[in-house]
Design a protein around this ligand. Sequence first.
Ligand SMILES: Cc1cc2nc3c(=O)[nH]c(=O)nc-3n(C[C@H](O)[C@H](O)[C@H](O)COP(=O)(O)OP(=O)(O)OC[C@H]3O[C@@H](n4cnc5c(N)ncnc54)[C@H](O)[C@@H]3O)c2cc1C
Length: 675
Amino acid sequence: MNWHEYVSKTGRLPEWPYEVNYGKENVIESDVLVVGGGVAGCRAAIEARKQGATVAVMDRGFSKHSGNGGAGVDHWHGAVTNPCSKVTPEMYSEVAMICSGGYTNGSARYIIGKEGWDTLLELEEWGMQIRDLDDEFKDTMFRDEETKLLFAYDVENKHCLRVYGHNVKPIVDAEMRRLGCEVYDRVCVTSLLTEGGKQGARVIGATGVNDRTGEFYIFKAKAVVVSTGVTGRLWYFAPELINDATMYNLNQTAAGHTIAWNAGAQLVMMEQNSARPLSGMGYAPYSTGNTDNTYQGVPAVDNEGKLIKYENSHGELIDEEHDIFAAADPDKFVIGHGINLSMVNGKEYSVTNMDRHVGEKIRKGEYKLPLYNDWTLLPPKHRRLVFGMMLSQEGKCRVPIYYNLTKWGFDPDKDMLQYPVDTPEGYALGAAWVSSRSHNPPNWGGMGVGGILSDWRLQATTPGLFAAGGNTLFGSGCHGEAQATGRYCGRQAAKFAKDHPAVEPDAEQIRKEKERCYAPVTREQQGDVGWKEMNYALARLMQDYCGFEVKTDTTLEMGIRRLNDLRDTEGERTYASNPHELVRLLEVFSLIDLGKLIMESCLARKASSDLLGFKRLDYPEVDPPEWDCFVSVWQENGEVHSKKLSKRYYLEAPYADNLEENYRRYAELDGKEGK
Ligand SMILES: Cc1cc2nc3c(=O)[nH]c(=O)nc-3n(C[C@H](O)[C@H](O)[C@H](O)COP(=O)(O)OP(=O)(O)OC[C@H]3O[C@@H](n4cnc5c(N)ncnc54)[C@H](O)[C@@H]3O)c2cc1C
């Protein structure tokens, strides 16, 4: 029964169905605590448990389906040691550094390259299909006949796999629970606990609030993994709409970034801003025609059926279908797409895409709008590989696009899928599948891939804190990468827990946190501002003072003041009618801190950067040599600090100057041979 049916039938609003106990304390002790039970978090929990640690997992949602990865996976990146791959972990890491001009996580990419395939093989053992077992795609260029693996993006180098991952999340969730990890669903993290309650000290646990009962959770742990993913709620209005229509999960606020920042950990690349067409004002991903990502290779035609060709990195139009799935240069490879990598310097390693001159050609009348995907131009097996296999594996496509289109009678054997009608220049990479560019205000930004600064153990600068998965760990990001870094972190956290005794948290730190969390339901004067209004106000402040196009010292400083004001004025007038609203409010307060962290990072970099997608109106010089570095930011006793850091810090002292030696030194292989 839905809300409307209930109200019509009973004539009243439903009562809160759970017993509410605001402030009631639950104390949980474990060797390892995982904050965020997404795919990375589940893998961290599984691995830590396998190493003999006791494990608690806190998740904001229901870990069986929570997180961006809860929707399923169709592309598995970074499986570079699979038997068909011509790419090595060294190539994967080094090329990622080249493509992004060094603004990525070189050590994490190497670790992913070393372990991504093994991580996938474990999934196969647990029941996820990773091969074309029914020989449906036999004798196509996408398949290796011996292993039955299917490849995407680059059919020559064969390192990105097409997988049948619609059920990936229930599978890792079940394995985590089977091994005896204690899972605390619907608990939102509010802070990390640190030794002596000090910023920058060892991390020894976390606090959280349950969004059904309102109870308070105190997790005590010897080591903590954070893997809370990314957020879509910072720049955009109407989070409930935006998160449905784009790629984000409403429960996600990048809380791991914020709790780490408040605990005194260093973060990097937080100034990176993307003008991503994910404002929620476009169409649902993949519901319209496009040639990108899952739809790569599907032919586009204009309104008169005229074919629009794909183009390679040399700017040559492609005639052979095979060449759509290959690098233009035989000595290069396509590194992949959607792996949180700025490709500013990576043209030769990029995916092929629609003729980049299509906009001019539309203006000249050579092509007539609207455009369409004409599936009938594909061989039947290739058509089925995209519309059947791929679309049905990614959760946000499986039901809303694949099932619905099919149910409504769409048949790729004879029907075409229309593109949004956009400005001619709007038909650029990615324009269509998330929405068209012209549907999005130009100054609205989105979070880049900044996150917690990590060492070779993927440990933060605060001991005992490990970062895994998309975005929490800086400079990494896709599904396979998240699972691989989660698995690696689990191993590291278990080892840390073995080597370090438990420390009792500081009672004053807990008391203050509790007081802060329950203020909206305990203050004497009834509040009149709800969480959605707070979220809208925050979005407007981010749009104005930390927009994609316009940033100056003055506007950023004003923005930080405005965020403080928002918290200290309207924030003090907030109300919550039930634990759900209380937790949504706590999320907004967390987002306010995240906004400040981002603005502080933007202030710290006194230059613009194409590589980072970072524009300063008052420092227009682009990528000057003195700013060719990371800028890390952190807090100490509430004061903000920043410093420059070499982008190749992971190959400089105290580390060895080569990837493999560092991996062997720190990976905790325990006698197992690294590949
Ligand atoms: C629709 C869709 C399709 C995608 N398809 C692909 C694909 O085919 N291939 C690919 O490589 N990538 C894909 N991605 C990206 C991929 O899913 C992400 O990179 C990956 O899920 C990141 O994993 P993660 O565990 O780090 O984060 P998530 O999977 O997002 O998990 C984060 C977890 O943290 C929890 N959490 C968040 N906030 C809190 C809090 N305050 N307190 C407690 N817990 C919290 C959440 O509930 C969630 O369980 C896709 C993403 C989407 C949205």
